[in-house]
Design a binder for this molecule. Structure first.
Ligand code: SF4
Length: 454
């Protein structure tokens, strides 16, 4: 384990050409973290540039385009992305081979024209991933799924209403595309859901604020019909927090109505998940009654001071201690295995309030993991993307140190082992070369299951 290292000493800037050295040093220091995960975390935290040859032709081409399924997950606003704003980048890329001999690794696309990583075609038209100008892997693009080639009766696209991510595994239903925590005093300081809504509207893109249940069912029927291989396995219902009501419904009934309708129309076709606030037990029971199988009451960041600073709306309306109590309570409804709260990995180290050493940040995050895992609850995490319109993105355009992300993978796996837990349900297969979860590499870093246990 390396000693505590501060940000300024470990992180070469994005333009000094030294990223390769950092990546290779971390691969060497953490040989039990798959090298695929080192590259993946670096791409997720800092983004990747795209040559025009690697962009999609939007919904008219052969490559599955980026759907902007909830947040922008980009390092620039649409007007700053150049060609990538007109011809969308792919939803994900898959890396294989190269000098690090990468096993198949699925990575969500976060565009950053200034990144030292670049996806480009060589003279023969073969796509590769380049780091500091050196080719480090082959790149595969997701094929356009058949179900994206069809539209709803009202002309809306399936990609707009029910996009799929994780190489087609997960249908991502952001049914409420804004958040009722609004403005600097309420919005989470790393979240651009409201900005993303505004920028898509400004660009004239279709972007439905509240998705009608009937449209969701129609889009799912198209997916069900054309996804003959049954690659789509789960759906997530999510969106912004609801502090009052939408159409007379509170948060549990608003998101729950979709689950109820989906389960009535397509019983058992997908694993139903909901990402919502940590709600009182009676509300959580309603989710369960509506047919939801997995509940994600995200706790965002463990440290008390950082939670209060970063999640002012959640602190004001619910409060950190109550939030955590509700997470534990919900395991009595769903069973501990099916309560999977997320945190945003990396914001622990965001300036000006975050920890200044990797040691402190890992210690705090591990304390949170131990709290939940000691109750049989397995949190999971997404890798923080410092979107430029968020307060934390503005002050931390480079995100958190890569070393933090790599040590977190190590700490996560060790804490799971300590409490005898295995990879959470609803994420597809674990293991390097097998995982499809694309917005962090926690699934790439867990041991693969034996073939007969999958
Ligand atoms: S609760 Fe926070 S993270 Fe969730 S959508 Fe609202 S502002 Fe974003």
């Amino acid at each position: 384990m390396p000693s505590s290292t501060d940000r300024s000493r470990t992180e070469p800037s994005r333009t000094d050409g030294n990223r390769t050295r950092l990546v290779e040093r971390l691969m060497e220091e953490f040989p039990h973290v798959p090298r695929e995960a080192v590259i993946k975390e670096d791409l997720l935290r800092g983004g990747v540039a795209f040559d025009e040859s690697a962009l999609s032709d939007n919904e008219g081409g052969d490559v599955k385009p980026k759907s902007y399924f909830i947040f922008s997950f980009d390092h620039g606003t649409l007007p700053e992305l150049g060609a990538a704003a007109l011809r969308r980048p792919p939803e994900e890329i898959v890396l294989t081979g190269g000098p690090y001999d990468l096993r198949r690794t699925v990575v969500s696309v976060r565009v950053n024209p200034a990144s030292p990583y670049r996806v480009a075609a060589d003279d023969d038209g073969v796509l590769g991933l380049y780091l500091d100008g050196r080719r480090i892997s082959d790149v595969g693009l997701p094929p356009m799924p058949d179900y994206y080639r069809h539209t709803l009766e009202n002309g809306k696209s399936v990609m707009e209403v029910a996009p799929t991510i994780q190489w087609g595994y997960l249908v991502y239903l952001t049914v409420f595309r804004v958040c009722q925590y609004f403005g600097a005093k309420e919005e989470c300081q790393y979240c651009d859901i409201n900005h993303n809504w505004r920028q898509h509207k400004a660009a004239g893109r279709p972007y439905t604020g509240v998705k009608p249940v009937e449209e969701v069912l129609e889009a799912l029927a198209i997916i069900d019909k054309y996804d003959t291989a049954k690659t789509s396995t789960a759906y997530t219902l999510t969106g912004g927090a609801i502090t009052s009501h939408i159409g007379g419904r509170d948060e549990a009934d608003f998101y729950g109505q979709y689950a109820k309708a989906i389960e009535e129309r397509f019983p058992g076709r997908w694993i139903g998940k909901v990402v919502a606030q940590a709600l009182p037990k009676a509300d959580v029971q309603r989710f369960h009654d509506y047919g939801v199988q997995i509940y994600h009451p995200n706790y965002e960041v463990w440290d008390r001071r950082l939670f209060e600073l970063y999640c002012p709306g959640k602190e004001r309306y619910v409060g950190r201690d109550e939030w955590h109590r509700r997470i534990l309570d919900s395991s009595e409804v769903f069973g501990a295995r099916n309560v999977i709260p997320n945190f945003v990995a990396g914001v622990e180290m965001a300036e000006p309030f975050g920890f200044t050493t990797v040691d402190e940040a890992i210690a705090s995050t591990t304390e949170g993991l131990r709290f939940f895992m000691s109750h049989g609850i397995t949190p999971r995490f997404t890798t923080w993307c410092p979107e430029p319109t968020t307060p934390l993105g503005k002050t931390n355009p480079g995100g958190a140190p890569l070393e933090y992300h790599i040590r977190l993978l190590d700490a996560y796996r060790a804490t799971m082992e300590e409490y005898g837990l295995s990879s959470p349900p609803g994420y597809g297969p674990p293991g390097p070369g097998r995982a499809v979860f694309s917005v962090s590499s926690f699934m790439d870093s867990l041991p693969a299951l034996p073939d007969d246990a999958r």
